[in-house]
Design a protein around this ligand. Structure first.
Ligand code: 0O2
Length: 241
């Protein structure tokens, strides 16, 4: 039987509660409690900056060799606090900051988008050779696409950030994609969150997306072959000059 309650706040009581929630003491307490979270999220923002800079530097240097930029775009994102909490809840992790740091590796996300597949592997290799980059996990969804057709190379790394009084190693996820892979993933991501699609349509679209993924993989391979032929022709002509 539902519990009936006649309990009601008087306007004066309501006013008192409101003013104590907005009191300086309460706001100070809230700030004190959220400071460690804000500090940790700042460290994640710092590692994003460190890694983005590393790729900007590589892009500049490699463009000297090839007369083109291997990186088309770099996108970065800090996982929202809501998504972090949901992921910890789904994984049934203890709700502590140390468990977050240990187990959630994609709070800091960097996406490196290249024109060609070979650039992905070249950039990943050069990046991982850097002294201060430690590889934690590698997932190659290009060689082994997910069943839905998702392709991308993921590296979970640890990179130092240099703070006022300490050096701190922070985890980050670097995703490497071609333009075609990124186009596909963005569309698939959008469709995944559409609520008003019938089950039959969803199945149809999943099949269509898988086909698109195979076609985009074929496109990536063909574009790579064309690019290699052009490079070989250029090399031959400059050798004979
Ligand atoms: P968002 O919005 O990008 O943050 P793990 O992190 O190792 O515990 P997880 O999360 O399954 O396990 O790792 P995985 O498979 O390497 O995927 C991590 C991220 O890759 C996802 O982050 C997506 O960004 C991307 N991704 C993976 N699979 C797919 C897919 O099928 N479609 C698309 N569009 N993206 C994918 P989030 O947290 O899911 O999302």
């Amino acid at each position: 039987m539902p519990i009936q309650s006649n309990f009601q706040l008087t306007p004066i009581q309501r006013e008192r509660i409101k003013s104590s929630l907005l009191s300086d003491e309460f706001l100070d307490l809230a700030k004190e409690k959220t400071l460690p979270i804000e500090t940790l999220m700042t460290y994640y923002r710092c590692v994003i900056m460190e890694i983005e800079t590393k790729f900007c530097v590589l892009n500049e240097e490699l463009s000297l060799e090839d007369d083109r930029n291997p990186i088309e775009t770099i996108k970065t994102r800090l996982k929202s606090w809501d998504s972090v909490i949901k992921k910890m809840r789904d994984k049934q992790l203890p709700m502590t900051l140390s468990s977050l740091e240990e187990n959630i590796c994609d709070v800091a996300g960097i996406r490196v988008i290249c024109s060609f597949q070979e650039d992905i592997y070249r950039l990943a290799e050069i990046f991982l050779r850097q002294d201060d980059v430690k590889l934690i996990r590698r997932k190659d969804y290009i060689k082994n696409p997910k069943p839905n057709g998702y392709r991308s190379l993921h590296l979970i790394v640890e990179v130092p950030i240099f703070l006022k009084n300490q050096t701190r190693y922070m985890k980050a996820e670097v995703q490497f994609r071609t333009i075609a892979m990124d186009f596909w993933a963005s569309l698939e991501h959008k469709l995944r969150y559409k609520k008003n699609i019938s089950e039959a349509d969803a199945e149809l679209l999943a099949g269509e997306l898988l086909l698109c993924s195979e076609m985009s993989a074929e496109l990536d391979n063909r574009m790579q072959t064309v690019k290699n032929r052009i490079s070989n022709a250029e090399n031959k002509s400059s050798a004979s000059e």
